[in-house]
Design a protein around this ligand. Structure first.
Ligand code: C2E
Ligand code: MG
Ligand code: MG
Length: 744
């Protein structure tokens, strides 16, 4: 029954009106006709000042119901996980739920009646307050996001809904706040935002395809690297990027891995839109749904072309000779090992060629290193032209080259190539304005005939090459068993050489040098001999190179010098004051560092009371070309003490007149190979004559070596040569015998 109706009824009937049968009966009658709730019943009863049991009961029922409703409401709001509070417009808390209690860290009873300022830190309180005011001023609900801190220090993000709280008359009597924890949502949003940011801005290309591997998305980096825009490739397969550098098997293996493991990563070459081929490092991941079904693929890649290029450069530097571009020693060894394996499987042979240029050092010294380098480049090129693509040409360093000839069917082929290389080398090298001639010595060894191991093959080829040099250079030589024996013999000889000096096995022989104008012996050359206990007399040509190699030459040379001067002292009475002894000195003796005996040679002479000019040191032309200041200084020190200097074997090396002058040389000894030609070839006669004239112009005296016939002697006299030495007069003889010659 409507409340207004009851009021009207009351007003209409007047205050003192009492219905017939009393009010309770009336109320009962009204209740019979209308549905009257307990609340209406109580209202009506109160309005009409009715006291009745029924009314009291209704009243009690109503109160119980209200309490129950309140408890219910309380239960409801406490069950809500959101934070809920009510406030007066002035900000005094009227109530809150348990979620809010937890946030405030206080029971509701301590919250109600307080403002936020007394519950929270001032910043939080003031910020909340200003939002409350803003919302109340606007008169409608407002939502904001706020980070709050719980008493345990936990931080969460709330989405706070503030809404006005109206009374039944419709006016605002407070506000309600509801805060919902959106921390997780925020985190996901942030994650997504970051992911999008990364996707947009990363340097790594990202590509998404559907389950059929059709492109559906790509990031800007992907567009930049590939050169394609999404519109151009949308719906197409990423295989449009293929460069063709990977074969089918490559992709098959890749897909097998993706299908098995769900991802694959590796490197591949792709092609940009502009056709350029580039290297990429790439990862392909399957994109699976929660149910495990395939949604698509995510492809991540980066351009590693530059990295590849620098790796390649490093690799090239490690494996190739920078000057000629040929494989270097390291790469050569690798190839040789590979080739040996291949030939072993195929049952074929291979040949290893060691090529060494003849007298390259002299050429290099005369031409200068730059032209020397150009020469080496050209040599490499020429060797390359003599071989097939499947063969390997490498530079081992200096003027040493090597060739691996593979899949040999017969060894004639090897000889052909070796001869071809020699022929090619014989062609003039035009380097700028210079025309240079070189020759090469080649050593050849065969796999598996000569050896099956890399190390042994290398040794063989090296020995064969030295054999070619010893046979007169500009030729090839096969490795032979004899060579191997010779090499072993060499090792033994070196061993014996070490003990020879202490064992007193060396002898000094003397060969007279005769003045052509008088026919008198006016000099003698000291020449060493080795009386080997088992092998008998060994000539210097055989052991001096070994002594040089091992450095033993320094002690041996010193011994020869002392021995020669000892005899010179003894013969002092027999001979003229001008008599000279000539001693050979190896370049190694000059290059030796430290306190070498040579430096005391002049002291030694002083001690013996022999004037410096009674001794001549014979050096070779090569030594003068050596720009090493130590060598120059040693030479000049000899000169200072009056010791004279002769150039031995003149004409076989690369002498320069400028050097002869610069070092103030005293004698030229024309090599016996020229003298030998005197009778036969006109050219050599002219050359000999030219040497003699030139030497005289420079103030040098000339000694002809190896004079064996009277004809040679006569011709030398005619050409104006100063002295001669040779078997025509005498072979080198022991000192006692030489003494007899002198006495004659
Ligand atoms: P070299 O200094 O040019 O000595 C001349 C060589 O020619 C000697 O050979 C000599 O026996 C040889 N000879 C002389 N006259 C004739 C001739 O008419 N016909 C022929 N066919 N040969 C002749 P040898 O004694 O065997 O010495 C060879 C080389 O060993 C020397 O050439 C020299 O370079 C070196 N040598 C010798 N003794 C020493 C030494 O004490 N120290 C150093 N560092 N080297 C030495
Ligand atoms: Mg000599
Ligand atoms: Mg000589």
């Amino acid at each position: 029954m409507h409340r207004l109706l009851l009021r009207q009824l009351q007003r209409h009937l007047g205050k003192d009106f009492v219905p017939e049968g009393g009010w309770p009966q009336f109320l009962g009658a009204v209740s019979d006709h209308y549905e009257v709730s307990d609340q209406e019943r109580v209202l009506l009863g109160n309005a009409l000042h009715v006291n009745s049991d029924e009314l009291t009961a209704a009243n009690q029922r109503l109160r119980a119901q209200s309490e129950q409703e309140h408890a219910q409401l309380r239960g409801v709001i406490d069950s809500i996980p959101d934070l809920i509070y009510f406030k007066t417009p002035e900000g005094i808390y009227l109530g809150c739920n348990q979620a809010f209690e937890r946030y405030a860290g206080l029971p509701e009873s301590s919250i109600v009646g307080n403002t936020a300022l007394s519950l929270f830190d001032s910043a939080t309180a003031l910020k909340g307050r200003s939002r409350d005011t803003e919302m109340l001023a606007g008169g409608k609900a407002m939502v904001s996001e706020e980070w709050v801190t719980y008493p345990d220090g936990g931080n969460i993000c709330l989405e706070v809904l503030r809404t006005p709280y109206f009374n039944s008359g419709g006016s605002v009597i407070g506000l309600i706040g509801i805060g919902r924890n959106i921390t997780e949502r925020k985190r996901l949003e942030e994650e997504r935002r970051l992911a999008a940011l990364v996707y947009q801005h990363t340097a790594e290309g990202m590509l998404v395809t559907d389950a059929d591997y059709h492109i559906i998305a790509m990031n800007p980096a992907c567009a930049r690297i590939t050169g394609y825009e999404l519109e151009e490739v949308f719906g197409r397969s990423p295989s449009i990027f293929n460069s063709g550098r990977q074969d089918r098997t490559f992709y098959e293996t890749m897909w097998a891995a993706i299908n098995k493991a769900g991802y694959w990563s590796g490197e591949m070459w792709d092609r940009r839109k502009n056709g350029e081929i580039y290297a990429k490092s790439i990862t392909i991941n399957q994109l699976l749904g929660d149910d495990g079904s395939l949604h698509g693929y995510v492809v991540l890649f980066s351009d590693i072309t530059e990295k590849k290029q620098s790796e390649e450069l490093i690799w090239r530097q490690a494996n190739f000779d920078m000057l000629t571009g040929l494989p270097n020693r390291r790469m050569f060894r690798d190839r040789l090992e590979q080739e040996i394996k291949k030939e072993r499987r195929a049952g074929l042979s291979l040949a290893l060629l060691f090529i060494d240029l003849d007298h390259f050092k002299e050429i290099n010294d005369t031409l200068g290193h730059q032209l020397g380098d150009e020469l080496l480049i050209e040599v490499g090129r020429r060797i390359g032209k003599c071989t097939r693509d499947s063969d390997t040409v490498a530079r081992l360093g200096g003027d040493e080259f090597t060739v691996i000839l593979t899949q040999l069917i017969d060894s004639k082929h090897v000889e052909g190539i070796a001869q071809e290389i020699i022929n090619r080398m014989a062609e003039p090298f035009v380097l700028g304005e210079d025309v240079v001639y070189v020759s090469a010595s080649i050593g050849i060894t065969l796999y598996p005939e000569d050896a099956t191991e890399v190390e042994q093959l290398l040794q063989n080829a090296d020995q064969a090459m030295y054999a070619a040099k010893n046979m007169g250079r500009n030729r090839y030589s096969y490795f032979t068993y004899t060579l191997q024996i010779a090499a072993q013999g060499r090792v033994r000889l070196i061993h014996d050489l070490r003990g020879a000096l202490a064992a007193g096995q060396f002898r000094v022989y003397f060969q007279p040098i005769v003045e052509l104008s008088t026919g008198c012996i006016h000099k003698a050359e000291a020449l060493i001999r080795w009386e080997h206990p088992e092998r008998g007399m060994i000539g210097p040509s055989e052991f001096i190179p070994l002594a040089e190699e091992t450095g033993l030459i320094i002690e041996i040379g010193d011994w020869v010098f002392r021995e020669a001067t000892r005899w010179l002292m003894r013969w002092n009475d027999l001979i003229t004051d001008e008599f000279q002894i000539s001693v050979n000195a190896s370049p190694v003796q000059f290059r030796a560092d430290g306190n070498i005996p040579q430096d005391t040679w002049s002291d030694h002479l002083t001690r013996l009371g022999i004037p410096g000019n009674r001794v001549v040191i014979e050096i070779t032309e090569g030594l003068l070309l050596d720009a090493d200041p130590d060598v120059v200084n040693r030479l000049l020190r000899f000169r200072d003490s009056g010791i004279q200097v002769a150039i031995d074997d003149f004409g076989t090396g690369y002498s320069s007149l400028a050097y002869l002058k610069k070092f103030d040389i005293d004698y030229l000894k024309i090599d016996q190979s020229f003298v030998r030609m005197l009778g036969t070839e006109n050219n050599d006669r002219a050359l000999c004559e030219a040497i003699i004239v030139m030497a005289h112009k420079l103030g040098l005296r000339v000694i002809a070596e190896g004079v064996e016939t009277e004809q040679e002697r006569d011709w030398l006299i005619a050409a104006g040569c100063d002295s001669m030495q040779g078997f025509l007069i005498s072979k080198p003889v022991p000192p006692e015998q030489f003494e007899l010659l002198l006495q004659k």
